[in-house]
Design a protein around this ligand. Sequence first.
Ligand code: UD1
Ligand code: CA
Length: 459
Amino acid sequence: MALDVVIMAAGKGTRMKSSRPKVLHALAGRSLLQHVLQTVASLGARRIVTITGHGAEQVEAAVQAPGLQFVRQMPQLGTGHAVQQAVPALGDDGTVLILNGDVPLIEAATARALVDACGGQRLALLTLELDDATGYGRIVRRVDGGILGIVEHKDASPEQRQIREIYTGMMAVPSALLKRWLSQLKNDNAQGEYYLTDIVAMAVADGVPVVAAHPGSEIEVLGVNSPVQLADLERRYQRRLAEQQMEAGVRLADPARFDLRGTLECGMDVEIDVGCIFEGHVVLGDGVRIGAHCVVKNAVISAGAVIHPYTHIDGEKQGAKVGEGALIGPFARLRPGADLGPEVHIGNFVEVKNSTLAKGAKANHLAYLGDATVGERVNYGAGSITANYDGANKHRTVIEADVHVGSNCVLVAPVTLGAGATIGGGSTIAKNAPAGELTVARAKQVSRPGWQRPKKATR
Ligand code: UD1
Ligand code: CA
């Protein structure tokens, strides 16, 4: 049976008090709408139609999914009016699944259960019992349990407001029936809007069975209307992501202080201290330890490596790699293209960008390595930098195996330091340094015997 999905995302989101359209606010690093689209992508839908309105251009530019179409709703006259705009984009046969762009955590299994409950011939509503149903549309049932309709909170009588079963905003409905009912909607209600929920009473009047399906858990149907709700949902979702990691054996010092904004793949015996943020795609090998308050994005950290506290690793598009048993930080910064071999040591206030460090190389204090190729066992002194940028182009620095670069050196690229060379501290190296020799490039030290420090004139 053909499935068309409609995602409503035209609303203003007034309570967010933001210039950004509500569905573009981020949950765990992805926009609310992108979460929904990602789930929908696994449903095998024939069509995916997103209804935009408020901030339409921004929304349309910000999200993507294969086969996604946009339909504009201007002005926004209610959820029924929203789906009316999608009608020309929908097939006449099959089932329409209606989702909300601001309810991000709906799961594919729940969406499929809803479509199955519809079965191409019934109206299926996703409903849930809540302790506090304030604000939601209530499911009105007959004494025998059959669904009669949905009444919006603002239109509900005091008795109806006692009902705890709510409409989650998601339904599955046979396409042909949906089109017929939408054409009959009226806006004679408390909000003067065209309510999609009014089609439930129409189904009852037409003798079409109305059935309810339920989500696997409440988090799937929580919507975001305000910054407080967004932060609450973020914490609940992060708790769940933290539990998934712990169930796989990862030891989190505190699941309440863990943030994953992407995907995290961990080996055995990984330990993560408090306050860490993982973004993009991160891989942590067996026995990796991440200290407190590290930010790690698009990086592969190999087995046994230790990332000490307050380290920032951002591989961006190129990625960053840390070799087996390497020691990084505290306060280190690895940027795109940092590719560190086994047992490399990177200490405090050391920045590495687009550079390869071979096994056992060390840069322990206050240094910069950019566009460099660093050999095995190199020791790179405190305060030394590669001057890799001439104002127009970037150039490479090659430091061969066993080189010892003293403190406070400037290596003016392009330049090569031959294997086993020693560079005297404070040198500015603009020419290649021969292998195995000591190279010093700094003003000679002089002392003036008998020199007197000037004194203040006395009267
Ligand atoms: C809606 C339901 C209510 C349900 C609740 C669940 C109706 C009439 N009511 O109420 O029964 O309990 O969701 O969260 O459907 N939108 C548009 N165009 C519009 C209006 C809304 O695209 O003209 C979109 C919004 O962006 C949002 C969704 O529809 O994604 C729901 O709209 P919202 O105003 O939040 O509906 P509720 O009043 O919460
Ligand atoms: Ca809502």
